[in-house]
Design a protein around this ligand. Structure first.
Ligand SMILES: Nc1nc2c(ncn2[C@@H]2O[C@H](COP(=O)(O)OP(=O)(O)O)[C@@H](O)[C@H]2O)c(=O)[nH]1
Ligand SMILES: [Mg+2]
Length: 296
């Protein structure tokens, strides 16, 4: 029997949703950093096996959003509930539950699909400390299962997949079996650059950056892809920081992005980066649309 279905990954920012997705798929389909709100869009990862096909949807972290960008992100997360067979709700073992976890649980109240709770990052805690988290989760919602695991070390990830199969119906292959994401190469390239900016910059800069891919031209004969991208920031002062002393920051962002793109696309990359100020874009609906953060 061939099984298939859609599985949503939700939870507050930084609990390890994207890390979990990458670990299951075995490819870096979603960027993941130690900073909250790294993921801004719905990201699809497709797991193809002999038993069937599971389509995972990774989402931005659910939190009390204030700016239009953050509101869009939370809306994107909650909008997948209607499209999935199963939801994976992730919390962290190391911090316990907080108000954003409660907010996420509140969003589950009216849904009919099975929800599995995952207590991630158990590599960071002693075994005993997971028990109170399990107790608290039990009191808050009727989860079908509660599984402690570590997306980073892979601990109990096999158990998770076994459990997911139990909740999936017999079904067709929704996507070709050599496909592992629906993201375009252009989107993946832009996300790689955004990840490097998030890792290399501080304070508000990671949250004020949007990448626009200007060009993505493949030269098969030369085994080369020419990538041109603009890093958009919100303020003039941020532009200076992205460029750095004598261009040193931009050079480092470019170097790290190029190296990762070369690994990912398995080809040489010629990367050209530009920096531009789009005043207060995270608060401006038109700019959000322009940068691909549009409400459906
Ligand atoms: N120690 C540990 N760190 C983890 C684990 N899973 C994720 N992380 C880290 O937690 C941070 C946030 O991960 P990310 O996947 O971006 O979280 P998201 O915002 O929920 O998508 C990153 O620094 C990850 O490396 C885990 O199982 N153990
Ligand atoms: Mg994420």
């Amino acid at each position: 029997m061939f099984k298939s279905g859609f599985v949503g990954i939700i939870g507050k920012p930084n609990v390890g949703k994207s890390t979990l997705l990458n670990s299951i798929i075995g490819e870096k389909v979603a960027i993941a950093t130690h900073k909250p709100q790294t993921t801004r869009n719905r990201i699809m990862g497709i797991k193809n096996t002999d038993r069937g096909q599971i389509i995972f949807l990774d989402t931005p972290g659910i939190h009390k959003a204030k700016t239009p960008l953050n509101k869009y992100m939370v809306k994107t997360a909650i909008s997948i509930y209607a499209d999935v067979n199963v939801l994976l709700f992730i919390v962290e073992a190391n911090t316990g539950l907080d108000k954003d976890d409660y907010l996420t649980i509140k969003s589950l109240q009216d849904i009919k699909i099975p929800v599995i709770a995952l207590i991630n990052k158990i590599d960071l805690v002693k075994k005993d400390s997971v028990l109170p988290v399990i107790d608290e989760l039990r009191k808050l919602f009727t989860f079908k299962e509660i599984i402690p695991l570590s997306a980073l070390t892979g601990y109990y990830m096999d158990t998770l997949l076994d459990v997911i199969w139990n909740f999936l119906p017999e079904g067709p292959e929704y996507f070709p079996d050599d496909m592992f994401t629906d993201s375009s190469e252009r989107f993946l390239a832009a996300e790689i650059i955004r990840e490097k900016v998030m890792l290399l910059t501080h304070q508000e800069i990671p949250y004020s950056t949007a990448i626009v891919l200007e060009s993505f031209k493949e030269d098969k004969r030369k085994n080369l892809i020419h990538v041109g991208a603009t890093i958009n920031v919100e303020k003039d002062s941020q532009k200076g920081i992205i460029i750095g002393k004598k261009g040193s920051m931009l050079k480092e962002i470019g170097k790290r992005s190029r190296l990762e793109m070369e690994r990912f696309f398995d080809t040489r990359i010629y990367l050209e980066l530009f920096v531009r100020v789009q005043k207060d874009w995270t608060r401006d609906e038109k700019s959000l649309k322009e940068f691909g953060y549009r409400s459906k």
